[in-house]
Design a protein around this ligand. Structure first.
Ligand code: GLU
Length: 327
């Protein structure tokens, strides 16, 4: 029996949702609904210093404005509650204890300045990041105890050198890589904050997520997350990494594009149907950008028609959305 489809959208409440987030949320929601599946909203607020309650609340309102609903989430509850990561710490700590007992983790005392001086992987999926040189893996027990007396460590996953992971992405095809090329990654920071990779893997499993649709910037993460899932005995979800939406200079849409916050568009009186129509046209789902509600687009939705390369959001589109808005 194939498990029924369960999708999710997992934003971090560190700013207002913008057009780029709406793109991901919309594609994830439509694919889930097209498959007759259910949809989860999970708030990824592990980093409490960067998360704000006001943004958390705004995410729910802005998604509803867009016309997206969810079967499980912070406001509606569900079988895997709570749906806010800051309230799931006990579960992450249990999983960390399990990994620790299996000797898959080790404490790392290296200072940030030292980590930044380590050279990046020369090429491949993880080329942008420094690859940890395992200095702390080689500490003796005495050295470790001495360091631990002075400083709280982060915890790293010891990634087996020879492990190969294949990610069969619905849009990007099949790719096999060695997660060890990215180095041993942090699963709990020195300040106690649970790292993104651990929380996502634990939650997708605990919540029964079968399908992960998210931005292509997270494609390299899939190899680490699939590796971690495998170490924990979890099934890996099916992945689809959708292209990023970028501005005319090729920069991904982000908080700096303040006028593309869903909140700003809404306050100007832009009908959400216009934005949804524009995004679905860019996603290869419509011939022209015509106003549409997400629910009206479910039947004809086909993820396979989404482009494979970055989608450019032109200034003219913003102007088109705003034309006669609120009048
Ligand atoms: N919380 C992550 C973000 O805001 C997304 C996590 C995921 O989809 O795996 O970028």
């Amino acid at each position: 029996m194939t498990p029924s489809y369960k999708g999710r959208f997992a934003p971090s409440p560190t700013g207002f949702l913008h057009v780029g987030n709406a793109w991901v949320a919309l594609l994830a929601w439509l694919d889930a609904r097209r498959a007759g599946g259910s949809f989860i909203l999970r708030i990824e607020d592990l980093d409490e210093a960067r998360s704000r309650p006001a943004y958390r609340q705004a995410i729910l309102e802005d998604l509803r404005w867009l016309g997206i609903d969810w079967d499980e989430g912070p406001d509606v509850g569900g079988p895997s509650a709570p749906y806010e990561q800051r309230r799931r710490r006990g579960l992450y700590e249990q999983v960390l204890a399990r990994l620790m007992a299996k000797r898959e983790l080790y404490p790392c005392f290296c200072a940030r300045s030292r980590l930044l001086s380590i050279a990046s992987a020369p090429h491949g999926l993880f080329a942008d990041e420094p690859r940890y040189d395992r200095r702390c893996l080689r500490l003796s027990d005495a050295e470790r105890a001495a360091l631990a007396a002075a400083k709280a460590p982060s915890l790293r996953l010891h990634v087996a050198d020879d492990a190969l992971v294949t990610v069969d992405d619905r849009l990007l095809g099949s790719t096999t890589a060695r997660p060890s090329e990215g180095g041993d990654f942090v699963v709990r920071r020195a300040d106690g904050v649970i790292a993104y990779h651990l929380a996502v893997v634990v939650d997708d499993h605990a919540m029964g997520v079968t399908d992960v649709i998210r931005g292509a910037d997270l494609f390299p993460s899939a190899f680490r997350q699939a590796y971690l899932a495998e170490r924990l005995g979890y099934a890996t979800p099916r992945y689809a990494h959708v292209p990023l939406v970028v501005d005319e200079d090729g920069r991904r849409l982000a908080k700096r594009h303040g006028d593309l916050a869903l909140r700003s568009l809404r306050q100007l009186g832009v009908p959400s149907e216009r934005l949804v129509g524009m995004l679905l046209w860019l996603a290869g789902q419509m011939d022209r950008p015509e106003p549409v509600r997400p629910a009206e687009a479910v039947r004809a939705f086909d993820l396979g028609r989404v482009p494979r390369v970055a989608v450019v959001w032109r200034e003219a589109y913003t102007a088109q959305l705003k034309a006669n808005a609120g009048s």
